[in-house]
Unconditional design. Structure first.
Lengths: 233, 401
């Protein structure tokens, strides 16, 4: 990131927007605020931020629509702010392209940590398969040609589906992936309601890659939402 | 089986009735003539027909005929008849008895059918009423579930939103010395610190207002609102409310329209002022910046004053005009939520206003505004006492504050 990272905060609650502006500025970010989805899109076009933090329920264009519109034109990281109890909307937002979420009320530390994780993820995006057969992310070393996986230098043997699932996680490290997204990516669109497939395969994958599968460090569960892959133990 | 028993008892009754009448008439033999006998047997036929139906009545008629002939027509003790006129009497008796029997049995049957029909209708009506009761009970339950979830939504939004601002501010202020993403040391400057403290202060007030509204609403619902009525004029109350709403209406033009004479009212001025404040606050929230908000009072009729607040904007769809007085209902959120400004209120203001107005014996409603203004919220207050002195405002003059 060159100089200050630019954060676009989108929230129709003026007080929340005000606190986020002050708090994020204090932490060295360059911040702009939009009160609804439409003005957020305008600011996005004019200002080219590095990350968007958006509320979900807003007038004109809500957070969900904003995620979809932004995803259509950009790979910018999006963190959604949601009120606890809006689980369904949160999952929809993640399916619509958001990368992470923070539940209101949140502590500034938590938001900052998520911000840093997303900005890091962007600056260290794994290279696409075509350009190199080797992918190294955190403790993971993957060779696409031989389909071999090393965790901290030790080879693990995966079935084809476990391998596909792991690759999808690794390529989206740090990002919250909903059950729906994972099922669609690994099993295809007809299996998006088959949550039990996912639980079984995540369980098997954890047994193979986690030092202690009961307290996972790499494959983290996001309750009611999905999973997040953390490449560094 | 039952029908057989019933018929059988009818025949027994026919036989017993005829036997009893024959015996009785025989005992009074000296004092009777043929007409009395015929009428007595007809009476038996009538009773049997009424109680036991047509067939036992026929049996009673035939038995009556036989007994009439055997015991009471000469020559006695035989079934033969001497005189020609007695043949006629017997024939007339038989025809009359059978006709009476059939008619009364029919009448009885019809009555029974009518009775059964009535009972059936009553039963159906009862069933229908039970069904309606069950349905309205289910509807009431559904409504109360909806209300509960509206309460939950309101609490989620109206408590968590200020809490979010407070928590984010406090957690920023509490932060231990840290480094920024760029490696600089984080220091919260005085200005940022003040800003966050102000947010905390304001959001605490907002939470307090929300709790206050909840308490007010609970009081009204429990019927515990005690009005402190005293004599006053509506323009005093309007002025107080407008002054209180001044911070909310800085970006609007507030106008008052009052006729020169309005009767005094005996109301709780604080409560009525609260209603007017709520209406002005809503008008400011939902009308475009710079537009006019008109507060007016008129004498609606001899018994009521009408107070109204008119504002511009999109207006409230007719279908939602009653529901906006439901607690926690917000047209912009619960109605059509596309393309409108977000709600800033608690969804309790109009519910409280309605409670206050109704406690005074008035009514509150929403209608189209005048002069191109979209929304007019009006309420009535009962007039009490004589007309007060004309006040100083020239009328009907619009005063811009």
């Amino acid at each position: 990131m060159n100089g200050q990272a630019r954060i676009l905060v989108v929230d129709d609650e003026p007080q929340i927007a005000r606190v986020l502006r002050t708090g994020l500025k204090t932490h060295g970010y360059d911040v702009r605020v939009a009160a609804d989805g439409l003005s957020a899109l305008e600011t996005f076009a004019d200002w080219q931020p590095d990350l968007v933090v958006t509320d979900l329920s807003m007038p004109n264009l809500d957070g969900l629509q904003l995620c979809k519109r932004l995803r259509a034109i950009s790979q910018i990281p999006i963190i959604v702010l949601s009120v606890r109890g809006e689980e369904r909307m949160k999952v929809e937002a993640l399916d619509a392209g958001a990368d992470d979420y923070v539940s209101k009320p949140f502590g500034m530390d938590e938001l900052l940590a998520r911000l840093r994780a997303q900005l890091r993820r962007v600056s260290a995006t794994p290279k696409p398969r075509a350009s190199s057969p080797i992918l190294e992310v955190g403790d993971f070393h993957i060779n696409f040609e031989s389909r071999s996986v090393l965790v901290k230098g030790l080879e693990v043997h995966l079935t084809p589906k476990e391998y596909d699932l792991l690759i999808h996680f690794v390529q989206n490290a740090g990002k919250v992936l909903t059950h729906h997204t994972l099922l669609a990516a690994v099993w295809g669109g007809n299996y998006t309601e088959q949550g039990e497939y996912l639980r079984v395969f995540v369980g098997q994958l954890r047994k193979k890659i986690e030092p202690t599968p009961s307290t996972p460090r790499y494959l983290l569960t996001e309750p009611w939402v999905g999973y997040r892959f953390n490449p560094d133990s | 089986m039952r029908s057989f028993q019933k018929n059988w008892s009818g025949y027994v009754l026919a036989v017993a009735g005829v036997a009893t009448v024959t015996a009785t008439l025989k005992l009074l033999d000296a004092h009777i003539n043929a007409a009395t006998v015929a009428l007595a047997f007809l009476l038996v036929v009538l009773f049997v027909a009424t109680w036991r139906g047509a067939r036992p009545a026929v049996v009673a008629s035939v038995l009556g005929l036989l007994c009439f002939n055997f015991f009471f027509l000469p020559p006695f003790g035989t079934l033969t008849v001497e005189a020609a006129d007695n043949w006629i009497a017997l024939l007339v008796f038989l025809i009359t008895a059978i006709t009476v029997g059939q008619l009364s049995a029919n009448a009885k049957r019809r009555t029974q059918e009518a009775e059964a029909g009535r009972r059936e209708i009553e039963r159906l009506y009862q069933e229908l009423r039970d069904a309606f009761e069950r349905a309205s009970h289910a509807e009431a339950l559904r409504q109360s579930e909806k209300l509960k979830s509206a309460l939950l939504d309101a609490v989620t939004h109206d408590i968590r939103t200020p809490l979010t601002s407070i928590k984010a501010s406090v957690s920023t202020l509490l932060q231990r010395p840290a480094t920024t993403a760029m490696g600089d040391t984080v220091t919260i400057d005085a200005e940022a610190r003040l800003d966050m403290l102000q947010v905390i202060d304001e959001e605490c007030d907002r939470l307090d207002r929300f709790v206050e509204g909840l308490i007010e609403l609970a009081r009204i619902e429990a019927g515990e609102m005690h009005l402190r009525r005293r004599w006053g004029t509506i323009d005093e109350i309007l002025t107080t409310a407008i002054a209180r709403a001044e911070p909310m209406t800085r970006h609007h033009q507030v106008q008052i329209q009052l006729p020169s004479e309005l009767p005094a009212v005996q109301v709780d001025p604080r409560a009525v002022s609260e209603v007017i404040f709520t209406l002005i606050d809503n008008a400011a929230k939902y009308s475009p910046i710079g537009s006019a908000i008109v507060v007016m009072a008129t004498q609606a009729d001899t018994d009521f004053l009408e107070v109204a607040v008119e504002s511009a904007g999109d207006g409230i769809p007719v279908a939602l005009r009653e529901r906006v007085f439901d607690k926690f209902f917000r047209a912009t959120r619960d109605g059509d939520s596309s393309n409108v400004r977000p709600p800033r209120g608690s969804g309790m203001g109009l519910a409280v206003a309605k409670g206050i107005v109704e406690a005074h014996g008035g009514q509150i409603w929403i209608e189209d505004g005048r002069d191109g203004r979209a929304t007019r919220v009006a309420f009535t207050l009962p007039v009490g006492g004589p007309t007060v002195e004309p006040h100083t405002l020239e009328s009907p003059e619009a005063v811009t504050l």
